[in-house]
Design a protein around this ligand. Sequence first.
Ligand SMILES: Nc1nc2c(ncn2[C@@H]2O[C@H](COP(=O)(O)OP(=O)(O)OP(=O)(O)O)[C@@H](O)[C@H]2O)c(=O)[nH]1
Ligand SMILES: [Mg+2]
Length: 213
Amino acid sequence: MHPFNLQPMEITSAKYVISSATYKQCPAPDRPEYAFIGRSNVGKSSLINMICNQRGLAKTSSTPGKTQLINHFEVGGKSQTRWFLVDLPGYGYATVSHKARNNWSNIIESYIRKRENLVCLFVLIDSRHDPQQIDLDFINQLGEWQIPFVLVFTKADKNKPAVTPRNVNAFLSALSDQWEVPPPYFVTSAVEKTGRKEILDYINDLNKGFRKL
Ligand SMILES: Nc1nc2c(ncn2[C@@H]2O[C@H](COP(=O)(O)OP(=O)(O)OP(=O)(O)O)[C@@H](O)[C@H]2O)c(=O)[nH]1
Ligand SMILES: [Mg+2]
C-alpha cells in the first residue's frame, strides 16, 4: 500500500454552490455526491459544518424547518476528487401544512431517485430517542427504491454514555424486521466533533469507486 493511503482524508476547501428547488436545477452530475437527510432539527446542517470545519457554511437553527431547498456544497482536498455534499430539508416537521409536506415529498423523492451521481444517502437519526416510526418508514421506503444509504446517530454529546449504544441497538433491531443485513452506521457529535474522520474515510473510499456516468 502506498504510504499516503494511511493519511486521513483532509478537506482543504468547502464552498456553497447553489440552492435548487428541484433535482433538475442541481449542478451537473459530474462528481460523486453525498446527501444528508433526516427529521427536522436532527442536525444535518450542523454535521455538514462540522465535517467541512466551517461554522456557518450551512445555515443551522434551533427552530425546525430551517433548511429549505436542495443545497449543494463543493468539497475538495489536496489531490483528491472534488465531491458534492448536499443539505436537504428535514422531514416530519409537524407544523407545516399538508400541501407543503406533499411538496417536500415530491421534491425529495425525485432528487433521491433521479440524481444520477448520488453515491450514498446519509440518514441522520437523533441518538437521544427510541426508534421513531417516521425514520423507520423513511428507511424502508429507501429499500423499496433501492437507494444506498448509511445511518448517522447525531447529538451523542447529549447522552449519558450507555444511552447512545442502547438507542443504536434498538434502532438496528427495529430495522431487522425488514432488513436482513443492518446498514453501516456512524455516531456523531457536532459539538465534540466526533465521527468526522470515520465519515470522511468512508466518503473517500466511495469516491475512489465513482465512475463518471
Ligand atoms: N448538542 C448538540 N446539538 C446539536 C448537534 N447537532 C445539531 N445540534 C443543534 O440542533 C439544532 C438543529 O441543528 P441543525 O443542524 O439546524 O438541524 P437540521 O437537521 O439541519 O434542521 P432543519 O434544517 O430544520 O431540518 C441546533 O440548535 C444545533 O445547534 C450536536 O451534535 N450536539
Ligand atoms: Mg438544516
